[in-house]
Write a protein that binds this ligand. Sequence first.
Ligand code: AMP
Ligand code: MG
Length: 396
Amino acid sequence: MISVADALKHIFSLASPLPSEPVPISMAAGRVLAEDVVAIRDQPPFAASAMDGYAARAPDVAPGATLKVVGEAPAGRMWTGRIEAGECIRVFTGAPIPDGADHVVIQEDTRRTGDEIEILPTLGDGTNIRPAGGDFRAGDRLTAPRRLTPGDIALAASMNAGILTVARRPVVALLATGNELVAPGETPARDQIVASNTYALKAMFEAEGADVSLLPIARDTAESLHLSVQLAKHADLLVTVGGVSVGDHDLVGDVTENLGMERAFHKVAMRPGKPLMAGRIGKTAMVGLPGNPVSSIVCGMLFVLPLLRAMQGLPKVQMPTVARPLAVDLPANGPRAHYMRASIADDGTVRPFPSQDSSLLSILAEATHLIVRPENDGPRMAGETVETLPLWAGTA
Ligand code: AMP
Ligand code: MG
């Protein structure tokens, strides 16, 4: 049995970063940027009016002054003359400031009569001009790697990048195994249950940018598993669920080893989720998750999401945790790291659910966080801080 940190190290060694590909910027949100975006000009490209009003020379701007309106510059149409003393032009937000002008008097601080304005006593302090390059300058960069947020997309667009170079989506094959399973919507026999894990995992992996296909549920026979694993040959990553414990029907390890799987490890000192397995079959990385619903989802979060990130060129780091005060006392933890389903109270404290049975999806659905208890952590008192992992980051 190895520690969670060591298991994650092994998992990172299973896959290298994927190649990059160009995508139109309108399709790039959520993808991982693989090459820096470089601005080719300043933004704004010219000093621009920040308000609707009148552009004038600063020495002429004073309450009670009158100025002659000699032109007009809406956004997108430059007024090419030069403002002389006693003159102004009508400007609108985003319009280039003409030569000579260094102040925009906002419309609300003027009274216009014909082609003259009078500046009112309400005149404010600001010049209401956005300087050229005030947002970014030619040569400034949006650096890779990063998962592109809507804010990044807006900045890249403003830098005039129509096409972004992003990491290819990891192709993931997801395989549920078990004679007892039927797909949701099918009619289970009296001794069957409905497969649930793979649907959660699909959503989680897709939120990380993966291209996920769900393979048909495999039966607990060597033939069925063999066939399914073959179907995943072209995937970057095969994630199996179930069949990795030590029972007579837990054949995933044997079958994948017969297919040439180089096993990196089997069994991690954690709960839920001890029987986790990982390795590589040819070029395909493989993670074998335990079958218990909560175990598979917790292990998917702790091990597969960081792997998907690394495959897309992001740093190889564990899922980030947030320290929060405990709502209740917790007894000492045993030799396995414990990931406890929990929720956050209005006062910001984190409270574990009383039952932590790894088959209970009703509690998982209600939980918003996992409390992380390290191996052999001592007793913790209410008010002490513990590390927490937000659930569904990216999906919710
Ligand atoms: P296993 O690791 O195959 O022994 O599975 C452990 C437990 O998880 C068993 O009760 C299985 O029925 C259940 N299980 C396995 N795979 C799934 C799945 N895809 N969805 C829901 N439950 C599952
Ligand atoms: Mg099974």
